[in-house]
Design a binder for this molecule. Structure first.
Ligand code: ADP
Length: 265
């Protein structure tokens, strides 16, 4: 069985950063061409729902519609508006992360609260269509920005639900491993072809455009994940087998990994 692996090498913050960046010219060139594509991509992504929206508006203005038809049209229009809103929200999050040169801080993150949010979000999105299990070390925590970490790990969990057909299983782990904190989401979903794996964290990159769209995806989730992890000196690893499933793992460095006393409510 072949497993395809992506390791996003994440540059550490601080002094080493410049060194690594100037040494890696090919990475710079790649980033530059991605930037050139970015404006074109944003315009295209927003234009598609906008065109649909305008089409419905025009139809509603010109055709007499029955009450149920009207309601249906309004619902479809709301969907397009919400898609545009999701894209703009995600773009703002990305812009904020990219422009933020301050390190994410060294507060201990309340991982119990983060994991609870992940449980709720996964359950809501799945609507009972998947078997979702958590294997969590309650005393394990990391230092950094709680909102950022929740958004990054949340993206991995919601992706697992979104790209796993009904009846599949999703297993989330939060455990220490060799002094580091390890978060992983394993799913029995569609999986990802080898050629797509290295490009997953590019903005607007999708393996299956229509599948992403149907499930409310923006194509920006993993770009956000990459930035958050980079700021936390964490490493993302993707293992996937097409048609069988994927595992997204995040390894936080030992210096950000901490223990707390278990508190029982
Ligand atoms: P999207 O909003 O489209 O989900 P992401 O940046 O989060 O954007 O993910 C990029 C693409 O990676 C997705 O469109 C999907 O094709 C693929 N992907 C992400 N997570 C998974 C997963 N767990 N299983 C299969 N494919 C995935």
């Amino acid at each position: 069985k072949r497993q395809n692996v992506l390791s996003v090498q994440v540059f550490p913050y601080g002094e080493n950063r410049k060194l690594v960046l100037s040494a890696d010219i090919t990475e710079l060139e790649r980033t530059d061409s991605m930037r050139r594509d970015f404006v074109a991509n944003v315009s295209h992504e927003l234009k598609t729902p906008l065109t649909v929206l305008s089409g419905f508006l025009e139809t509603m203005r010109e055709l007499p519609l029955a009450e149920d038809e009207r309601a249906r049209y309004l619902e479809l229009m709301e969907q397009q508006a919400s898609r545009m809103r999701n894209i703009v929200d995600a773009l703002l999050v990305l812009a904020k992360l990219e422009g933020d040169v301050r390190p994410p801080g060294d507060q201990a993150v309340d991982m119990r609260s983060v994991i609870n949010h992940l449980r709720e979000d996964a359950a809501t999105l799945s609507g009972g269509r998947h078997q979702i299990t958590f294997d969590v070390d309650d005393t394990l925590t990391v230092t950094g920005g709680e909102t950022e970490i929740l958004s990054a790990l949340g993206n991995l969990v919601t992706n697992a639900v979104r790209y796993t057909p009904e009846g599949g299983t999703i297993h989330v782990q939060w455990q220490a491993s060799g002094g580091k904190a390890l978060f992983s989401v394993q799913d029995t979903g569609f999986g990802i072809p080898p050629a797509d794996i290295p490009r997953l964290t590019e903005r607007f990159y999708r393996v299956d455009r229509s599948r992403s769209r149907d499930t409310g995806g923006t194509g920006l989730g993993l770009a956000i994940v990459k930035h958050v992890l980079q700021r936390h000196d964490a490493v993302l690893e993707v293992r996937s087998e097409e048609g069988h499933g994927s595992t997204f793992s995040v390894r936080f460095p030992a210096q950000r990994t901490a223990r707390r006393q278990a508190v029982h409510a």
